[in-house]
Design a binder for this molecule. Structure first.
Ligand code: HEC
Ligand code: HEC
Ligand code: HEC
Ligand code: HEC
Ligand code: HEC
Ligand code: HEC
Length: 355
């Protein structure tokens, strides 16, 4: 990124040169701005000697998004829609969760989320897509987590949620309380890694308890950015690192303070993370005791393969799915305390009812 400003000066002069060829030969490009072209003026609203953009670039480079690991899966169709820039744009265009494989793909970058270089003005900082999310697990439904803020709305959660959601699986649960069996062909059956948007929304769990899961209302008050892009400390937490905590800084509770003024040094507000971690551990043990969970690999207990499917009742798979949701969510109840608590308790109650 340090080379950017150098490339920039060349590119800016290049652009002006191309822009001028119609009018005849052009002399050597002058220093930034001395050719007096309008395009240059709007370019420099972002590309200038100020630090705003540079700060964001360095923070973002430290994020997991910008890491090579994110992009590996771009070369697989069906994965690229969330693991690459190109796949994401394809998904937005087609509205389909089925995306092509991309080699030489770009990682999720500035222009995945912003409309960079579309008008070449600061209006290009606009977020690319904040439309409601049609979740993969039920694409006919629509979830809108836009929050009203002073002077407008914040649709960040809908942007992030287009990727941070569960995936659909085969076989699919049709009756969460069903005691009939489904034949599963992979130990990796489950919601996949990033169901955070669904958790925030209070959606995506299979409800098999005696009463429906309740929900906390972070979704009506905070978007992903309020917490994940809170006050930054270097390239460790906050801002465009999207990171919540680090070894150097601990938990970035500065992000919570505007709303929870008395929060301590950790995210464990009211002991809720401790409580959820306890319920999670209890359910984990019970699932393992009943041969549903392989605790070493944290997958369904095998042997399971395409040629050797294993049968689980729908209700058992529902409990397992919800366990995976909490596991993959990784906020231990912060995204949605009540929803997380209720789905874990319902699972524990069911497991306790087994002989
Ligand atoms: C809204 C702010 C904004 C404006 C206006 C803008 N750019 Fe950019 N530009 C960016 C961002 C953000 C990047 C990507 C930086 C990164 O990925 O590290 C970028 C990257 C670049 C690059 C590096 C190569 C690339 O495409 O990533 C060039 C060259 C460039 N811009 C030229 C221009 C020119 C020429 C103009 C005016 C015609 C312009 N930019 C206007 C924000 C802007
Ligand atoms: C184009 C899809 C996409 C979008 C949009 C997206 N993410 Fe991600 N995000 C990913 C993927 C894929 C990873 C996994 C990276 C890895 O582990 O290699 C990830 C990782 C992360 C991580 C790091 C998790 C870890 O393991 O530490 C955080 C935090 C995060 N995203 C937050 C956000 C927020 C907040 C937004 C919205 C401002 C957002 N993401 C938008 C796809 C996306
Ligand atoms: C609906 C969007 C979506 C799709 C489709 C998707 N992923 Fe992901 N994936 C994510 C998100 C979001 C994360 C990061 C979640 C987190 O860190 O909490 C992630 C994380 C990962 C990770 C990193 C886990 C880790 O421990 O860091 C791997 C590996 C992965 N995905 C593989 C795949 C593969 C393989 C496919 C295709 C078969 C795929 N993903 C399809 C959204 C998706
Ligand atoms: C995962 C999505 C995501 C990525 C990738 C991303 N941003 Fe952002 N960015 C946001 C969100 C969300 C906001 C805050 C919402 C807003 O202000 O519209 C924001 C705000 C900004 C702002 C402030 C805009 C304003 O109107 O004041 C700048 C500048 C910015 N980003 C630069 C960058 C640069 C440079 C990159 C690439 C290095 C980048 N962003 C990558 C999501 C992203
Ligand atoms: C109310 C604050 C809050 C909101 C809103 C929020 N998060 Fe989180 N998120 C957290 C906390 C706290 C953690 C746990 C961090 C830890 O313990 O290190 C977390 C964990 C995560 C993780 C796991 C990786 C990590 O950083 O630990 C991802 C990925 C993530 N959130 C994505 C999202 C997305 C996407 C959204 C919006 C759909 C969102 N979050 C909304 C607070 C929030
Ligand atoms: C924009 C405001 C806002 C931000 C930022 C915010 N919260 Fe909240 N939080 C709320 C509101 C409002 C509630 C109550 C929701 C309800 O009534 O269901 C809440 C509830 C909670 C709860 C459930 C409390 C309980 O005992 O039921 C926890 C835990 C929590 N927040 C943790 C956090 C953490 C940790 C952060 C920072 C990472 C954070 N919140 C950031 C507004 C916010």
């Amino acid at each position: 990124m340090l080379v950017l400003s150098g490339i920039m000066v060349m590119a800016v002069s290049g652009l002006i040169f191309i822009g001028c060829t119609k009018e005849g030969p052009q002399g050597p490009a002058g220093a930034n701005g001395t050719n007096g072209k309008d395009a240059n003026a709007t370019c420099t609203l972002c590309h200038n000697f100020g630090d705003t953009v540079i700060v964001k670039i360095f923070q973002y480079d430290a994020s997991k998004h910008a890491s090579a690991s994110t992009i590996i899966e771009a070369a697989r169709s069906g994965c690229s829609g969330c693991h690459s820039h190109e796949g994401f744009l394809e998904k937005l265009q087609t509205g389909s969760s089925v995306t092509q494989a991309y080699n030489d793909a770009a990682p999720i970058n500035c222009r995945t989320c912003h409309t960079i270089h579309s008008t070449y003005t600061p209006a290009d900082w606009a977020l690319r897509n904040v439309e409601p999310v049609h979740p993969y697990i039920d694409s006919t439904s629509s979830i809108d987590l836009t929050v009203t803020i002073p002077g407008g709305t914040d649709g960040t959660s809908n942007l992030c949620g287009k990727c941070h959601q569960a995936r659909k699986n085969t076989p699919w649960i049709t009756n969460p309380k069903g005691t009939d069996s489904l034949a599963v062909t992979s130990t990796r059956w489950g919601p996949h890694h990033g169901p955070q948007f669904l958790m925030l929304a209070g959606k995506g769990a299979f409800e098999m308890g005696s009463s429906a899961c309740g929900t906390s209302n972070h979704k009506g008050n905070a978007t992903c950015r309020n917490c994940h892009m809170g006050p930054a400390q270097g390239e460790s937490v906050g801002g465009h690192t999207l990171t919540m905590s680090s070894a150097e800084t601990g938990d970035n509770v500065a992000a919570c303070r505007p709303c929870h003024s008395s929060i301590g040094a950790t995210f464990d507000l009211n002991g809720r993370q401790t409580e959820i971690a306890g319920l999670y551990q209890t359910l984990k043990v019970k699932l393992a005791q009943k041969n549903v969970l392989d605790t070493i690999n944290n997958v369904l207990k095998g042997p399971i393969s395409a040629t050797k499917p294993k049968k689980f009742t729908q209700i058992q798979l529902s409990v397992y799915w919800n366990y995976c949701m909490v596991d993959a969510d990784r906020s231990m109840g912060v995204h949605n305390y009540v929803y997380t608590r209720d789905m874990l308790n319902a699972g524990i109650a069911y497991m306790n009812s087994l002989p």
